[in-house]
Design a protein around this ligand. Structure first.
Ligand SMILES: [Zn+2]
Length: 249
């Protein structure tokens, strides 16, 4: 399984990265976890526009889903005619919200090139990937994700405050891709995002082998995020950057 970071900027695109988007590749199958603002451009450095087999949207905040609009244009109006439909997994209401965002009628909306499927907590198979999703702790319905294939495990926090469900999803994972939007400071809201330290504490509780901090907000000092995570992290620690590739084996 291979992970490529297409976008890792927290909450809005930064000067060096789009918002959230991660490409998972296994046996030639390509899954996008999130397709946030700005991600469609650099995605094309790593996969062709026709080369995506499925998309999973963790939640419907713009920085995690909005470039599905541009991708609908690319698949619908390409010179060769509309591309085959691919599945788009997301929270309830994804098809309607995406149609509204793109200014198209709800029916057919984007349904001619995307087959929208509503996520429910539990397990599903997406191509060769065994996927488990669970609700995490964010103001809108949001799913953390565990992806398993070829005896390798990748867990993705999506956006969340402290979450026991995230620890379960990341249990013994080879890689925990975990948001770290906040730096340590008093008065942080509890049900919104994690600090880098909290991300590391989740990784340690889960027994994850490698923590990759992501959803890093442009106004934060990356090195401070690294330092705050380094205390509790008992595992390898990496800060995500646009274009980072990790082969899980
Ligand atoms: Zn969010």
């Amino acid at each position: 399984m291979r992970l490529t970071v297409i976008g890792c900027s927290g909450s809005f695109p930064g000067p060096d990265s789009p918002a959230s988007c991660y490409l998972i590749e296994e046996e030639g199958f390509r899954l996008l976890l999130d397709l946030g603002s700005g991600a469609l451009g650099p995605l094309q450095r790593h996969a062709s526009l026709d080369g995506i087999d499925a998309i999973c949207l963790s939640h419907l905040h713009a920085d995690h889903c909005l470039d599905l609009c541009g991708y609908w244009v690319a698949r619908t109006f390409r010179p060769a005619g509309p591309a085959p439909r691919i599945p788009v997994y997301g929270p309830a209401g994804t098809a309607r919200r995406m149609a509204q965002a793109n200014g198209v009628d709800e029916h057919p909306g984007m349904g001619e090139v995307f087959s929208f499927r509503t996520l429910e907590p539990g397990r599903l198979e997406i191509g060769p990937l065994r996927v488990t999703v669970a609700h995490v702790n964010h103001p809108v319905e949001t799913f953390g994700v565990r992806v398993e294939a070829s005896a390798r495990v990748l867990a993705y926090s999506a956006d969340t405050g402290p979450s026991a469900a995230l620890v379960d999803l990341a249990r013994d994972a080879d890689v925990l891709l975990c948001e770290a939007s906040f730096l340590d400071q008093p008065g942080l809201p509890g049900d919104l995002h994690l600090t880098a330290r909290q991300a590391a504490e989740h990784a340690a509780r889960a027994g994850a082998g490698h923590l990759v901090l992501t959803h890093l907000v442009p106004w934060n000092d990356r090195e401070r995020s690294r330092a705050e995570a380094a205390g509790p992290a008992a595992c390898q620690l990496t800060l995500a950057s646009q274009g980072l590739v990790l082969d899980l084996g």
